[in-house]
Design a protein around this ligand. Structure first.
Ligand code: ADP
Ligand code: MG
Length: 615
């Protein structure tokens, strides 16, 4: 009664299915997984394979090193694709002559809107009575002194409408004034604020955002602008959206410009020759060029750009892996998604950020075959167990997926992984169509990381995986759907008032983000939708009979990203509109969307060589 181990070595995860074959029947004993070590298809994978096998052995009461309990290891003919992702920023906001201050000091002073001419506080005695002024207060001014001077000015009939100060003194000054005025503070380069110019300061009440300065017509009203001038302030107002405080100064030549940054070109070779598209034209233009080039022969990126560098990197990795010359390794697909990237504004005077446009691009290289035989030999040496390279990954995945209760042929599967989204369609007679597309879990992470400006990729993975909540008191949290939970034991004080990820009912990861919960949620969901819903449709169109998704009946989702708490529902929703039944797989009725390929390997081998019927 032989024991067989099916081993699926993926880009991200190595999965094992352990089974016993007895009297023409298969009994699955255990499943396990471990993160893939090294690039898939290389001897470095052995370490991960041994770990995963050991974990499965442990589950059936053996030692991790009891490989002799296994009679045969089947590894997959791994899909010969690798993917990668890069980001390119394509706009930048430039401020000339300091016309705007739009940052978010944590504690601006006062509240309201003030309009007047900018005056240095030291020159306040020269201001004629009746004049409306905005005072500029450098860091060497003590807040008590500043408040005293402003109160004296009020007494003389000078209308101090607001102030801009360098230190974090806004609240301290306002608390000492006879009248509340808006004060924007923590303006680092205060010496750059032009004097004698008309200026508007706005501070919103706590929990609110500015409304006048973030609206072009609001600014037009304050400064009495012509329709032409109003057009020109749009980039300024855009940069101020979402801030609690802001300043706009009207100078004769100053302006805020949004500039397109040349980000290089992408060359797509297809049946109609080479199509050139500029990265700065955005995702829609890039995807249109791709659609016009089907079937794609190869894709190149302009050298010296992030995207170009990334394309050469995947090409080289695949070339090293397979021994093929770089010129024989082709990029077969690409997915571009528009993103908004917070970037420091050039020429800003308080370290302002603005959301710039960017494009995230995922690509995928495909080779003929990976050198799996070499890897099989290495596994045999380490375990002493016979190793065979089993069937094609996509075929094994369908076989495994068909163990999901309620499925039958013809069936399509979507394998949602880390580097690529793969689809296969198995007809009634067992014939298979399959496709690999660029863009999957890693791309979602790249988009979330750029839009939230987070570098810690482990944290980004958690933001993708866990729902958000707001810790409103030590005893209650508000979930992202608005529901409130009360807790038995108080939460740690460092969570109070913050956004957090809810890993389990009583495990929270605090987030250090100065953004509303809704915004973070929207970024997370949009990233998932733009990658996986787009790719699910692109992939299914390619494998469906006559390219028509409506002709599919059953679609089963497998792979790590099918474990996501919202991606499967997004895909199910979208496919329901085409009359297609789609849902997360439940391999062998017990494994969820994991273990499809490993299970398929065991089934295929047992059927072919051990006379096991039906499955
Ligand atoms: P591969 O077949 O390429 O080895 P997997 O099928 O293991 O890849 O999928 C890996 C991807 O699945 C990663 O992008 C990872 O972030 C994602 N993933 C794994 N577990 C979860 C989860 N619980 N929720 C959301 N995504 C997940
Ligand atoms: Mg996989």
């Amino acid at each position: 009664m032989p024991v067989i181990a099916g081993v699926d070595i993926g880009n991200a995860t190595t999965e094992v299915a352990l089974a016993k074959v007895e009297e023409g029947k298969i009994e699955f004993l255990a499943s396990s997984l471990y993160q893939t070590t090294g690039i898939k298809g290389t001897p470095q994978n052995v370490k991960g394979v041994l770990m995963a096998l050991g974990l499965a052995l442990e589950k059936i009461g053996m030692e991790r090193k009891d490989f002799s309990e296994i009679d045969l290891i089947c590894i997959n003919e791994a899909a010969p694709v690798i993917g990668d992702v890069a980001m390119e920023t394509i706009t930048e906001t430039i401020v000339t002559e300091s016309t705007m201050i739009g940052h978010n000091p944590s504690t601006p002073g006062g509240v309201g809107i003030g309009v007047g001419k900018t005056w240095h506080i030291k020159d306040i005695d020269k201001v004629p009575p009746g004049e409306k002024v905005i005072l500029v207060i450098p860091g060497d001014w003590d807040y008590e002194k500043a408040a005293e001077v402003i109160n004296a000015a009020f007494d003389r009939g000078i209308e101090v409408e607001g102030a801009i100060c360098q230190k974090d003194d806004g609240v301290l000054i306002v608390n000492r004034l006879k009248k509340v005025i808006p004060i924007v503070d923590e303006v680092a380069s205060i010496e750059k604020v032009p004097l004698g110019m008309l200026c508007c300061v706005e501070v919103a009440p706590p929990g609110r955002v500015i409304e006048v300065l973030s609206n072009p017509y609001g600014v037009a009203t304050v400064f009495n602008l012509s329709p032409e001038e109003t057009k020109q302030v749009v980039p300024i107002t855009r940069a101020l959206i979402g801030n609690r405080s802001g300043v706009i100064i009207k100078t004769p030549a100053g302006e805020v410009k949004e500039r397109r940054i040349p980000a290089g070109a992408i060359y797509i070779d297809g049946p109609r020759g080479r199509i050139v598209v500029n990265v700065e034209d955005g995702a829609e233009a890039i995807m249109k060029a791709l659609a016009d080039s089907q079937p794609v022969r190869d894709i190149f990126g302009q050298p010296g750009t992030n995207v170009g560098g990334m394309m050469e990197r995947v090409r080289r990795t695949m070339s090293n892996l397979t021994g093929l010359p770089v010129s024989d390794v082709h990029i077969k697909d690409l997915l571009a998604v528009d993103v908004l990237v917070p970037q420091r504004i050039v020429g800003g005077i308080a370290g302002e950020f603005s959301n710039e446009h960017g494009v995230a691009i995922a690509v995928m290289v495909e080779a003929q075959k990976l050198p799996m035989q070499r890897l099989a030999e290495a596994i045999r040496e380490e375990t002493g167990v016979e190793v065979v390279v089993g069937g094609v990954e996509a075929e094994m995945a369908v076989r495994g997926a068909l163990t999901t209760p309620g499925t039958k042929r013809p069936i399509a599967i979507l394998d949602l992984g880390a580097g690529s989204t793969d689809a296969s369609f198995m007809k009634e007679n067992g014939d298979i169509e399959l496709i690999h597309l660029a863009g999957a879990g890693n791309m979602v992470n790249t988009i979330i990381a750029s839009e939230l400006a987070i570098e810690d990729m482990e944290l980004v993975e958690s933001i993708k995986r866990y729902p958000l909540c707001k810790v409103e008191s030590p005893f209650h949290i508000r979930h992202e759907d608005g529901k409130v939970s009360f807790l038995d034991t108080p939460l740690s004080p460092n969570l109070f008032g913050r956004l957090a990820l809810m890993v389990t009912d009583d495990l929270f990861i605090p987030l250090d983000l100065d953004l509303p919960l809704e915004r973070v949620r929207e970024i997370r969901r949009r990233a998932k939708r733009e990658v996986f819903v787009t790719n699910a449709l692109r992939a299914l169109e390619k494998v469906s009979p006559a390219g028509n998704v409506r002709l599919l009946e059953y679609v089963v989702l497998v792979g790590g990203s099918a474990l996501d708490f919202e991606i499967p529902a997004m895909i199910t929703d979208t496919l329901a509109r085409f009359g297609v039944v789609a849902g997360k797989a439940n391999i062998r009725g017990s494994e969820g969307p994991r273990n499809a390929v490993a299970t398929g390997l065991v089934l295929a081998y047992a059927e072919k060589f051990l006379n096991v019927k039906g499955v």
